[in-house]
Ligand binder design. Sequence first.
Ligand code: 0X9
Ligand code: ZN
Length: 429
Amino acid sequence: MKVLLLLALLAVSALAAQKRYDGYKVIQVKPKNVASFNALAKLYKEQNSIYDFWTEPRSLDESIDIMVPPTHAKEFERILRTYNLEHRVKIQDVQSAIDVSRKDQASPTNVKDPRSRSGSSRYAVNWTQYYDYTAISVFLAQMAQAHPDIVTLKTIGKTHENREMYMVKISNTPANSNVTKNAIIVDGGIHGREWISPAWTTWLINELAENYAAHPQYVDNLDWYILPAMNPDGYVYSFADDRLWRKNRNPVNGPCVGIDLNRNFGFHWNEGGAAGNGCDQTYHGPSAFSEDESANVRDAILSVADRTKAYLTIHSYGQYWLTPWGYTADLPEDYPLLFDLAQKAVNNLTAVYGTQYTIGSSTNVLYVASGGSDDWAKGGAGIPYSYTVELRDTGDFGFLLPAEQIIPNNLELWEATKVIAEFVMEIVN
Ligand code: 0X9
Ligand code: ZN
């Protein structure tokens, strides 16, 4: 009895320590003319540490989701009135939405017995909930142990807070053979709050390894390198302290913590769409690859880049299949090829449940944002087919995507991934 009470108290105090979002609203706004677009772009540029732009200003007529704190509700209403902005409240109270989504979060992993709470499941994660970084790490070790013939777990370095970062190699090419297969890199979790992303990368590992027999061609003809969570500190912080945390946890800039790792990669770094202010959500950091996490990912990718034909970096949300470049509106020379493959992948994705994705270069579909891992993968590491994929949804839940959507999301994304895999298999060097 005493133990139960203690556990309950611990759970309550853990919740109490978390950042709260009482009275915060997510409001969808549609700028209809240049003046209102500019006003929102200015707000984004100058006050994005106050207003959290869940989606960033794109262009006229494209709606934006902005999280407005209660302290600035009046000011925001004034802006809406001044510009006569069309708007809709998407989330009435962010804290209530977070509370509802708690059921989607598996209880913290008991390190001694990570399987204790998942009951029937053989492994530490089972995609009916979102799992913490410990469970993910245990799951990776379990996969390597269960499938030593095809799964190799490699540590690629440590995070700022000293957590291990992992890369999973899925391959049945014997180490001593001189066969060289084309490779695909898939990574996820660069932004802490985008939980659906590691929920996909772990599923993909399971699909390739555990379900190998259902489709052996994808492993027989390719090597896969999967980095399931590129920002472990941010992910852990999002679980334990602040559900909506995006950046890493390096306190490099005075009172404000964190660098946006997807502005820290070294290809046209700091050439637009990245903030110089450390308090901003898109702070690019003091220099390219200044962060342990981005430097580790860079080195891991470079170690296999020569054989790698496709790079998929998985984010949420918005349902976009994006090509480089993110630093300029110019298109890469081979854009028609990238677009064509993306189109085939998205067609197969949509065929599953009708989910629509928008395809295009990230600057043209979204906004300029330099220092992204996708741009560097193509421009720096020379991987031709580099894509950022923004998963479900289009903003009904945003980052708080209910866990019951994990499996449908993954099943449709698997169809798209198979298209990429089949294409990469056929590329002759
Ligand atoms: O802004 C980002 O980093 C990505 N969107 S998110 O809402 N998940 O943060 C898009 C990145 C697209 N790629 C580049 N701009 N290079
Ligand atoms: Zn993201």
